[in-house]
Design a protein around this ligand. Structure first.
Ligand SMILES: Cc1cc2nc3c(=O)[nH]c(=O)nc-3n(C[C@H](O)[C@H](O)[C@H](O)COP(=O)(O)OP(=O)(O)OC[C@H]3O[C@@H](n4cnc5c(N)ncnc54)[C@H](O)[C@@H]3O)c2cc1C
Length: 378
């Protein structure tokens, strides 16, 4: 285990950290699963857990978490450098984003010391996988219209409802759940943020198949599921604030994956000699977009805030454009199976997950550019 964990010392500078991390990754990348990005494919759960365990033992888990909760106590910039080096090495930077970024971020900001002590160690060492139970059939972009109920019964909530698009739900041990605890309150104020044990009686997980042929996410039905009150994060009715903080972290991390994309563009550029002038122009334009995003990502790291929306929008729209460029080059072959086809059929999902491109544009328009707010029904 790395010597400076929890010592309270100054720790390595960013450049020292980056160099040591790159060296370590060079020596250990063979032990990693393929770079699956933010979303853990269920079939890689065992490999992913083992990789997280390896990272934890080497001091590359919880890099910017406080030492008191088992982290290394370094800065978010060190964490950003780790993400970059992992992208360059082609390995996942952690087991999955829901556990390591969303849940851990929510616990660090809103959890009690007891909740932190109960949940953070198993995120660090990969012994528990987390999933996100936010979206519902009638609540996606308009998440505040969710109808899953959590009714208080003694010192437990009884939860009934349906969630959907739950990535890696079937291999998850725990879930972060948004449920309505007060139907009479204004809709944003009646929601609470709960930590649910996915093995509880009444939790039923049904896999869904996507158009790319994969089955990475699930429907989750909750019937009379009992959750102790002590598993609520933040005050009752304050779940919206906790969730928005988690989603802002998520967008920052999705944006940080622009570095992997830039690597792919570099490789495409190296093969660009055979392209006609029009295609070469197109590729150069894509490469410049990627380079600008990479520069922004390197400077800001995994940004929490409106910059996270800019990075998320830029990265996922570029993924889509790159997939289209490759499909155009492949011609009719892109209508068959194979890498180009799979990439093209997967790219639209990235523009939807973590808040759609239209929603990111709304956020950027209203909060960054100061444009008038769009009319809201509620
Ligand atoms: C790969 C993937 C993984 C996911 N993983 C999870 C997960 O683990 N857990 C989870 O809870 N959810 C997950 N989701 C769900 C995701 O968060 C939702 O799909 C997303 O928020 C959009 O909601 P929706 O599908 O209901 O679409 P809708 O909200 O119904 O949107 C339909 C269309 O209308 C547009 N639209 C809606 N509102 C506006 C507006 N105000 N202004 C302009 N346009 C608007 C949207 O941009 C979209 O084009 C995942 C989704 C994908 C694709």
């Amino acid at each position: 285990m790395d010597q400076d964990r929890g010592t309270g010392g100054a720790g390595p500078t960013l450049e020292e950290f980056r160099a040591v991390a790159a060296g370590w990754l060079g020596a250990h990348r063979a032990a990693a699963p393929r770079d699956y990005g933010a979303i853990l494919p269920p079939e890689l759960a065992t490999e992913g857990r083992s990789w997280q365990r390896t990272l934890w033992e080497a001091g590359y888990a919880g890099i910017h978490w406080p030492a008191e909760v088992g982290g290394r106590g370094l800065t978010p910039e060190h964490q950003g450098a780790w993400i970059t080096e992992c992208a360059l090495a082609g390995v996942p930077p952690f087991l999955n984003m829901v556990g390591n970024v969303l849940t851990a971020g929510a616990l660090l900001s809103f959890g009690t010391p007891d909740q932190q002590a109960a949940e953070l160690p198993s995120i660090l060492d990969g012994s528990r996988i987390w999933c996100q139970l936010f979206s519902e059939p009638g609540a996606g972009s308009d998440l505040a219209s969710l109808t899953t109920r959590a009714d208080l019964d003694g010192d437990e909530y009884v939860v009934d409802g349906q969630k959907v698009w739950c990535s890696n739900g079937r291999v998850a041990d725990r879930g972060i759940l948004l449920a309505r605890t007060d139907p009479s309150a204004p809709r944003h104020a009646g929601i609470s943020f709960l930590l649910v044990d996915m093995t509880s009686p009444g939790v039923e997980v049904r896999p869904l198949r996507q158009m790319n042929g994969d089955a990475e996410f699930d429907e989750v039905f909750l019937t009379g599921v009992r959750i102790p009150v002590g598993h609520r994060l933040g005050p009752e009715g304050a779940g919206w604030t906790v969730a928005m903080s988690a989603l802002t972290n998520e967008r920052g991390y999705i944006g940080a994956s622009g570095i992997s994309l830039q690597r792919r563009l570099d490789a495409m550029l190296a093969m660009g000699g055979d392209l006609d002038a029009i295609a070469a122009d197109e590729l150069a334009a894509l490469w410049m977009r990627g380079t600008a995003l990479w520069a922004m990502g390197r400077r800001s790291g995994p940004a929490a805030g409106v910059l996270g929306s800019v990075a998320k929008l830029g990265t996922t729209e570029l993924m889509w454009a790159v997939a289209g460029f490759r499909a155009d080059r492949a011609g009719a072959d892109a209508m068959l199976t194979g890498d180009v086809t799979h990439t093209m059929l997967s790219a639209p999902g990235a523009r939807i997950a973590g808040g759609t491109s239209e929603i990111q544009r709304n956020i950027i328009g209203e909060r960054l550019l100061g444009l008038p707010k769009e009319p809201r029904g509620h």
